[in-house]
Design a protein around this ligand. Structure first.
Ligand code: ADP
Ligand code: MG
Length: 350
C-alpha cells in the first residue's frame, strides 16, 4: 500500500476530531476525502503529511511507519490551501523550493523545474512573481512545486477552492492528466461532491471525524448506506416508509419495492435519485414502483427538466427528466404517475 492509515485518532481538548480512521490506498490511486466543513478532512491529511501527530494509531507510507517522522522526511508532494506560493520568490524559485532545500545539484534543479512548468503549461513564466499571476496560474505554480521532486504520493487540500467554475473544471482535468501520466498516488480533499465524483477512483465520505462510507464514485452515489451519504452526494429523494408484514409501504399506503437495504425497525426511508424517477401519464409494469402525484413545479434547466411532484401524505419528490428529442413537458397541476425500478431504490434507517 502506498498509504496505510491505521485507526488514527486525533483529539483537541474534549473534542475527538478524527475518530479511528483507517485507509489503505494502493499505489497510483486517486483517493478523495469528501465531507462537510469540520468533518476532519484537513486533520486527517495533516496526520498523513506529518503536521499533526495522531493521539492513537499509525501512519504507514510505502510500508514504513512514519507516525513520528517530520513532514520533510516523508517525501510527499503537497498542495495545501494555506500553503500558498512564496511572494518573495519568482515562479522558478517557488517550483525549485523542494529541491533547493534538499541541496540538489543546480543542473538537475533547472531541468526538473522546466519539466514541471511544462507539465502545468507555464513554460516561460519562470521569472514572474505571484502578484503578476492570475489565481489559476498561482494554483498551477503550487501544483508544479508539489510534483517537481517526483513524489510517489501527493496530498491536496481543496487546491481549487478559490477558483471560478470554468477554471476549476480545467484544473480538474489537468490534475487528473498529470496524475495518470506520472502514476502518482493522490490523496485529495474537497467538500465539492461533483469534483469528488469526476476525479476519484475511490471516495471516502467523512462525517464527524469518521468515514461514513467508502467506495468508487458510482457505488457511493448509487448505493448510499445512510441518508447522510445519500443527501451529501447530490439530490436524493428520501421518503418515509413503514413496514407492513412482508411489505413496505410509502406515501398513501403505496407498496414500495427496493432491491437493496433493509429497515432496521418498523419504519425508515426509501432512497431514489431524481434522475431514476420517470414521470408518466399511463400505467406501468408491476415490477416497478408507481406513485400517483401532481406536478407542483417544473424547472427548465436546458438539458433536463426538474419536476417537483407532490404525492399522498404530503410527500414530495424530485424527478429529473432528460429534455431529449420529442420530450413532452408537464405543467404545474398535471396529474402524473411517478415510476422507478426496485433496482434503483434502497431502504435506509430513518
Ligand atoms: P475539515 O477539513 O473537514 O473542514 P478539520 O479537520 O479542519 O475539518 O477540523 C475538524 C474539527 O477539528 C473542527 O471542528 C475544527 O474546529 C477542529 N480543529 C482543527 N484543528 C484544530 C486545532 N488545531 N485546535 C483545535 N481544534 C481544531
Ligand atoms: Mg479543511
Amino acid at each position: 500500500m502506498a498509504v496505510d492509515l491505521q485507526s488514527v485518532t486525533k483529539r483537541y481538548g474534549a473534542e475527538t476530531v478524527v475518530a479511528g480512521v483507517s485507509l489503505a490506498i494502493p499505489e497510483g490511486e486517486f483517493f478523495t476525502l469528501l465531507g462537510p466543513s469540520g468533518s476532519g478532512k484537513t486533520t486527517t491529511l495533516s496526520m498523513l503529511a506529518g503536521f499533526v501527530v495522531p493521539d492513537e494509531g499509525r501512519v504507514m507510507l510505502g510500508g514504513q511507519d512514519m507516525t513520528r517522522v517530520p513532514p520533510r522526511g516523508r517525501g510527499l508532494g503537497m498542495v495545501f490551501q494555506n500553503y500558498a506560493i512564496f511572494p518573495h520568490l519568482n515562479v522558478a524559485e517557488n517550483v525549485a523550493f523542494p529541491l533547493t532545500v534538499k541541496g540538489a545539484p543546480k543542473a538537475e534543479i533547472q531541468a526538473r523545474v522546466a519539466e514541471a512548468l511544462a507539465m502545468v503549461k507555464l513554460d516561460g513564466f519562470g521569472a514572474r512573481y505571484a502578484r503578476q499571476l492570475s489565481g489559476g496560474q498561482q494554483q498551477r505554480v503550487a501544483l508544479a512545486r508539489a510534483i517537481v521532486a517526483h513524489p510517489k504520493v501527493v496530498l491536496m487540500d481543496e487546491p481549487l477552492g478559490a477558483l471560478d467554475k470554468n477554471l476549476r473544471y480545467h484544473m480538474q482535468v489537468e490534475i487528473k492528466e498529470i496524475q495518470q501520466r506520472l502514476g502518482m498516488t493522490v490523496i485529495y480533499v474537497t467538500h465539492d461532491q461533483e469534483e469528488a465524483l469526476t476525479m476519484s477512483d475511490r471516495i471516502a465520505i467523512m462525517n464527524h471525524g469518521k468515514i461514513a462510507q467508502m467506495g468508487p464514485p458510482r457505488e457511493v452515489y448509487e448505493n448510499p448506506e445512510s441518508s447522510f451519504v445519500a443527501a451529501f452526494l447530490g439530490e436524493a429523494n428520501l421518503l418515509k416508509v413503514r413496514r407492513d408484514g412482508e411489505a413496505v409501504r410509502g406515501p398513501g399506503g403505496a407498496a414500495i419495492l427496493a432491491a437493496r437495504g433493509a429497515l432496521p425497525g418498523a419504519d425508515g426511508l426509501v432512497f431514489v435519485r431524481p434522475e431514476k424517477v420517470s414521470v408518466l401519464a399511463g400505467t406501468l409494469d408491476a415490477a416497478s414502483n408507481h406513485l400517483p402525484g401532481q406536478v407542483q413545479h417544473a424547472s427548465f434547466l436546458g438539458n433536463i427538466v426538474r419536476y417537483a411532484v407532490t404525492a399522498a401524505d404530503g410527500a414530495s419528490l424530485l424527478c429529473d427528466v432528460a429534455n431529449g428529442a420529442g420530450a413532452v413537458l408537464h405543467r404545474p397541476g398535471d396529474a402524473v404517475t411517478l415510476s422507478w425500478r426496485a433496482e434503483d431504490s434502497r431502504l435506509l434507517a430513518g
